[in-house]
Design a protein around this ligand. Structure first.
Ligand code: FAD
Ligand code: DHB
Length: 392
C-alpha cells in the first residue's frame, strides 16, 4: 500500500472536480483529483455545450479561457419555435449579457491541460473513508498498486452514479422523472443558424445546436425506453426536418453522424450536501433535465462555493464554515431546477392532452410577446449570479 497526503482529495474529473481543483490551486490549497476513467475517455465524452455568462467569466478570471475565447461561439440569444414559426429572445438586448457555445469536453480538456494539481486517471475502487473524523482518506487502486490518499477534506464531484453521495447518512432525495428521453447526435454538417432553436412540435421537442462552424449538435425527444438501434440515420434526419421549422432562412444541412446517444430526463436534489469532511458538488448532488443547458453550469457554481468554504475551513481555521456549504448552494440549485423544469414542460410533448398543449402555446406566446416575460427567461438562461457565502 502506498500512502500519500494532500489537503483536499477530489473524486471525479468532470467540470465540478476540475474547476474546484483550479479554484483551490488559485488559493494555494493542495489537492489531488482521482478519476475512474482514462484521460482519453473524459476528454471525448460528449455532453453539454452551453456556458452561462458567469461560468465564462469565472474561467476567464482563472486564465483558463484562451481557447474558449478563440473557438467558443458567442450567442446573443436563442430562438423559440412553435406553430412552425421562430421567435427570437435577444439576451443582449434584454440583459446586456450573452452565452457561449463550447462543448463540455473542450472545457474538460482545457482544465486538464492547465492543471497544476495531480490528476490520477484510471483510479479503480475509489472509496472515501473516515469522513466523519478530522483524518479522512480515500483508498483506491492504480495499476497493480493499492493507494491511500490522506487528506483533510474529500470533495465528492463524481457525478450521479458516484460513490460519494451515498456515503451521506440520512440523505433525502427529492426527484421527478419525465416520460421521455433525448436522442442527441453530433453531425459533420455546417450549422446554418447562429443561434440555438428550441422547437415545440406536436410530434415532440427538437433542439438545433452546434459545436463549431463545421459541426451541428441536434436533439430529438424520444420515448424514455427508446433504443438507438431503432434510429437509422435516415429516420433521425427525417424526424429532425419534420420537427424543426425549416424555411427559406433555416436549412438543415445533413452529414455523417459522428456521435449519438440517448439520455433520460430527470430532476433530483439530494440533501444534505455535506457530512463531516465530505462535501458533494454537481451531478453528485443534483440533476437537472437538459432543456436550458444548466447541468454543467450548476456543477461549476457549486465548485465556487465549495472552494470558498474549504478556504475558510483550512486557511482561516473555521472548520464550522463547512456547514454553510449546502445551504449557500441550494437556493440557486432550486431556482435552476425550476427554470429547467419550466423549459422542459413548456417544450415537450407529454400526451395528447389538448388542454396541456394549449397551455404550452399560451406560455410560448407570452414569452415571445411580453418584454418582462422574455427578460425573466433571458436572465435565467444567461445565468443567475453565482451564490456567495454569507459573511460571518
Ligand atoms: P460529471 O461530468 O459526471 O463528472 C463526474 C466524474 O466523476 C466523471 O468523470 C466520472 O467518470 C467520475 N467518477 C464517477 N464515479 C467515480 C468514482 N467512483 N471514482 C472516481 N471517479 C468517478 N447537460 C446539459 O446542460 N446539456 C446536455 O446536453 C447534457 N447532456 C448530458 C448527457 C449525458 C449522457 C449526461 C450523463 C449528462 C448530460 N448533461 C447535459 C449534464 C451535464 O453534462 C452534467 O450536469 C455535468 O457533466 C455535471 O458535471 P459534474 O462534474 O458534476 O459530473
Ligand atoms: C445543448 C444542450 C442543451 O441541453 C441545451 O439546452 C442547449 C444546447 C447543446 O448540447 O448544445
Amino acid at each position: 500500500m502506498s500512502v500519500d497526503a494532500t489537503e483536499v482529495a477530489i473524486v471525479g474529473a468532470g467540470p465540478a472536480g476540475l474547476v474546484l481543483s483550479h479554484l483551490l490551486a488559485a488559493r494555494g490549497i493542495d489537492c489531488v483529483v482521482l478519476e475512474q476513467r482514462s484521460r482519453e475517455y473524459v476528454e471525448h465524452r460528449v455532453r453539454a455545450g452551453v456556458l452561462e455568462e458567469p461560468s465564462v467569466s469565472l474561467l476567464r478570471s482563472l486564465g483558463l479561457a484562451g481557447r474558449l475565447d478563440r473557438e467558443g461561439l458567442a450567442h446573443r440569444g436563442i430562438q423559440l419555435a412553435f406553430d412552425g414559426r421562430r421567435h427570437r429572445i435577444d439576451f443582449v438586448e434584454l440583459t446586456g449579457r450573452s452565452i457561449t457555445v463550447y462543448g463540455q469536453q473542450e472545457v474538460v480538456k482545457d482544465l486538464i491541460v492547465a492543471s497544476s494539481a495531480e490528476i490520477v486517471f484510471d483510479a479503480v475502487g475509489v472509496m472515501p473513508c473516515a469522513i466523519d473524523t478530522d483524518r479522512p482518506s480515500v483508498q483506491y487502486r492504480h495499476g497493480d498498486e493499492s493507494h491511500e490518499l490522506r487528506c483533510r477534506i474529500v470533495a465528492g464531484c463524481d457525478g450521479s452514479y458516484g460513490v460519494c453521495g451515498p456515503l451521506i447518512p440520512h440523505r433525502t432525495t427529492t426527484e421527478h422523472t419525465y416520460p421521455f428521453a433525448w436522442l442527441g447526435i453530433l453531425a459533420e454538417a455546417a450549422p446554418t443558424q447562429d443561434e440555438l432553436v428550441y422547437a415545440r412540435h406536436d410530434r415532440g421537442f427538437a433542439l438545433y445546436s452546434m459545436r463549431s462552424p463545421a459541426i451541428t449538435r441536434l436533439y430529438l425527444q424520444v420515448a424514455p425506453d427508446e433504443q438507438l438501434a431503432g434510429w437509422s440515420d435516415d429516420r433521425i434526419w427525417t424526424e429532425l426536418s419534420t420537427r424543426l421549422p425549416l424555411d427559406d432562412g433555416f436549412v438543415l444541412n445533413t452529414g455523417p453522424i459522428i456521435d449519438r446517444g440517448i439520455t433520460a430526463l430527470r430532476s433530483s436534489v439530494s440533501t444534505p450536501m455535506r457530512h463531516g469532511n465530505l462535501l458533494i458538488a454537481g451531478d453528485a448532488a443534483h440533476i437537472v433535465p437538459p432543456t436550458g443547458a444548466k447541468g454543467m453550469n450548476l456543477a461549476i457554481a457549486d465548485a465556487t462555493v465549495m472552494a470558498a468554504v474549504i478556504d475558510e475551513a483550512l486557511h482561516q481555521h473555521r472548520p464550522e464554515r463547512l456547514v454553510d456549504y449546502g445551504p449557500a448552494c441550494l437556493g440557486r440549485v432550486w431556482r435552476t431546477q425550476h427554470f429547467s423544469h419550466r423549459m422542459t414542460t413548456m417544450l415537450h410533448r407529454f400526451d395528447d392532452d389538448p388542454f396541456r398543449r394549449e397551455l404550452q402555446r399560451a406560455e410560448l406566446l407570452n414569452l415571445t410577446s411580453s418584454v418582462p416575460a422574455a427578460t425573466d427567461l433571458a436572465e435565467q438562461y444567461v445565468g443567475l449570479p453565482f451564490p456567495t457565502l454569507e459573511p460571518l
